[in-house]
Design a protein around this ligand. Structure first.
Ligand code: HEC
Ligand code: HEC
Ligand code: HEC
Length: 232
């Protein structure tokens, strides 16, 4: 699984960064670049900003996080030199007793909410506003051999407002949106949240989204090259 995924990630970065350059030259750039590179630097052509770094910084698949719930002074985000960070509550203390997972920050937030362990406020100002929960599953058949994707509205609308997704991220119509794993890993579509504020695509989290087994008679779609191959 991990190999497949790294394959996907590398392919994504390559096509985004330097389509004109071969793979060996392009790969280290995609992994190491911290400042945006211009295509002119690579190909000598007209300068064009390509924001490679932005996508990769968020991409948790590229670097293995040693401790996803390190205390604020040790998490690499906060400034250790500032005494105030030692006053912040460490995540491990806050997450004590919550149901766990094997990915992301290792908390099963959906289950925690269903078990009544959390009571998030739906409105910042008014504590009495009730969430508008919609229980509607959207099945997205996937061409690849991975299980199909089920997008459940319920666990989303327990935390989020319709306008968090509609219409800016998704047109509210089944299959009206083009979604791909590449887009998600680059922080678009589902990746606007998954990989940032919600569980990331990791080896053990695939089946959270890819949860519907393929129909028994499913066959991989043949490419035009295969269909038209005179030697078949
Ligand atoms: C986390 C993002 C998210 C939130 C929040 C969200 N939706 Fe959706 N919604 C989606 C996605 C994804 C689809 C499927 C789009 C596709 O298949 O191309 C969808 C589809 C729909 C559809 C089309 C259903 C169909 O059968 O064609 C409607 C209607 C809809 N949403 C209404 C709502 C309403 C009302 C709310 C708030 C109660 C809401 N959505 C909240 C992501 C969201
Ligand atoms: C606006 C932010 C946002 C977007 C966009 C979004 N999600 Fe989520 N998603 C969440 C949050 C928040 C949760 C609940 C907390 C968690 O599980 O991390 C969640 C939970 C889920 C769950 C429930 C997992 C469970 O434990 O039952 C699935 C499945 C899921 N998302 C799939 C998707 C898919 C597929 C898409 C894209 C079509 C998508 N999400 C887009 C924010 C988002
Ligand atoms: C946040 C939800 C989510 C997670 C987590 C997730 N996927 Fe996906 N995946 C999707 C969606 C949505 C699509 C697009 C489905 C479609 O065609 O509409 C997709 C598509 C794919 C495809 C088809 C090719 C493509 O890019 O469209 C493959 C292969 C795939 N995923 C593999 C994986 C693997 C492997 C993992 C785990 C490392 C994973 N996915 C985790 C939501 C997810």
């Amino acid at each position: 699984m991990r190999n497949i995924l790294i394959g996907i990630t590398a392919a994504v970065s390559l096509s985004v960064i330097v389509p004109a350059v071969n793979a060996e030259e392009a790969a280290p750039l995609s992994l190491a670049a911290t400042t945006p590179i211009t295509s002119a630097e690579v190909t000598g052509s007209v300068p064009q900003k390509l924001n490679v770094s932005k996508a990769n910084v968020f991409n948790r698949l590229l670097k293995k996080i040693k401790d996803p719930n390190a205390a604020p002074p040790d998490d690499g985000i906060h400034d250790r030199a500032n005494d105030a960070v030692f006053a912040l509550q460490p995540p491990k203390v806050a997450y004590e007793g919550l149901p766990t997972t094997t990915f992301g920050n290792h908390v099963d937030w959906v289950k925690a909410l269903d078990d009544g362990l959390l009571n998030p406020r739906y409105d910042r100002v008014d504590p009495d506003v009730e969430p508008f929960i919609m229980d509607l599953d959207i099945v997205r058949p996937v061409k690849a051999s991975v299980p199909d994707v089920v997008f459940p509205h319920k666990p989303h609308t327990q935390w989020l407002h319709c306008s968090n997704c509609h219409p800016k991220i998704f047109i509210p119509q089944r299959l009206a949106n083009t979604i791909s794993m590449s887009a998600i890993i680059l922080g678009q579509k589902c990746g606007v949240c998954h990989g940032k504020v919600s569980f990331p695509p990791e080896t053990t989290s695939c089946k959270k989204c890819h949860s519907k087994p393929k129909p028994a008679d499913w066959k991989p779609p043949l490419s035009q090259a295969t269909v038209k191959n005179p030697w078949r």
